[in-house]
Design a protein around this ligand. Sequence first.
Ligand SMILES: Nc1ncnc2c1ncn2[C@@H]1O[C@H](COP(=O)(O)OP(=O)(O)OP(=O)(O)O)[C@@H](O)[C@H]1O
Length: 268
Amino acid sequence: MVRAVSTAETAPTTYGWTIQAEALRVRAGRRMAVDGLDLSVDAGVHGLLGPNGAGKTTLMRSIATVLRPAGGTLTLLGEKVSGRLDLRGIRRQIGYLPQEFGFYRRFTVREFIEYIAWLKEMPAAEIPGAVQRAIERVGLTDRAQDRMKTLSGGMVRRVGIAQAIVNDPAILLLDEPTAGLDPEQRMQFRALLRELGTDTCVVVSTHLVEDVAAACTDVVLIDNGRLVFQGVPADLSAAAGDEAGDGDSAAERGYSAILRRHRDKQVK
Ligand SMILES: Nc1ncnc2c1ncn2[C@@H]1O[C@H](COP(=O)(O)OP(=O)(O)OP(=O)(O)O)[C@@H](O)[C@H]1O
C-alpha cells in the first residue's frame, strides 16, 4: 500500500524548532491547564518538571495531538497544529507513553508492540525488525512471548516505552516513564534516554528531579500552565545559591527555590 507522505516527513531540515509553543493555551476539562506557555525545543532530552496539577500531562497530550490548543500556537515539525491540519503525517512521527497506558491483556508483548506499529502505519516489511529492536532496547527480550497480563507493573511500563519508540519518532513524549521501574532499570532507562536524545526530541515528565539531573540535557519547569524556567541541569542545581531550601540534593533545592521565587513574584 502506498501511503500519503506529508510535508513534515519530506522536509525534515527546513523547519525551525521541533516543538514550538507560543502563548499556548490548552483546556483540560473546564480548566485552562496550559495557560500562556512559551516553549521551544529541539533534539535532546527535555525533563519536564512541575508540581501536581502544573499542566505537564495536558501539555504532553497537546503535543501528542490528543488535545487541540484552545489558544496561541503549537508548531510541531514545522506544521502548525490547528483545526485544519491533517494530523496523520505528524502522528506517524510521534511516540507517546501516556501516564495511564491502556493495553490488551491477552496480547503478548510482541503482539502488542506490533499492533501499535501497525496503528502508526509503519511499512509492513519494517515492523518485525523495529519491534524486535524496541523490545531489546527496553530489556524485555526474554518476555517477548509472554502475555501482557503476566507482567509486573514495571515491565508493563517498559512495554509502554517500547511501543513509544517502535516507529523511531522525531518527537518522543514520555509521561512519568520511570514510575514503577526498579533502580537497575531506571539506570538503564537513563542510558536509553541519553542515546535517544542525540537525534530525537524527547520530552519526559517526572517528579524525580534526580532523573532529570542525571539523564536530561535540558530542564523545563512549569507551574500553573506556564514556563517558569528552562536551562541545563547545572543551572537548576545552581539556582538555590546559598539559600537553605527544601530538598536532598542541589537539583531539588534549585527546583524548590525557582518555584518559591516565581510564586513570590506573582504575589507581589
Ligand atoms: N479531565 C480533566 N477535567 C478537569 N480538570 C482536569 C482534567 N485533567 C486535568 N485537569 C486539571 O488541569 C490541571 C493540570 O492537570 P495536569 O494533569 O495537566 O497536571 P500535571 O502537571 O500532569 O499533574 P501531576 O503531576 O499531578 O500528574 C489540574 O488542575 C487538573 O486538576
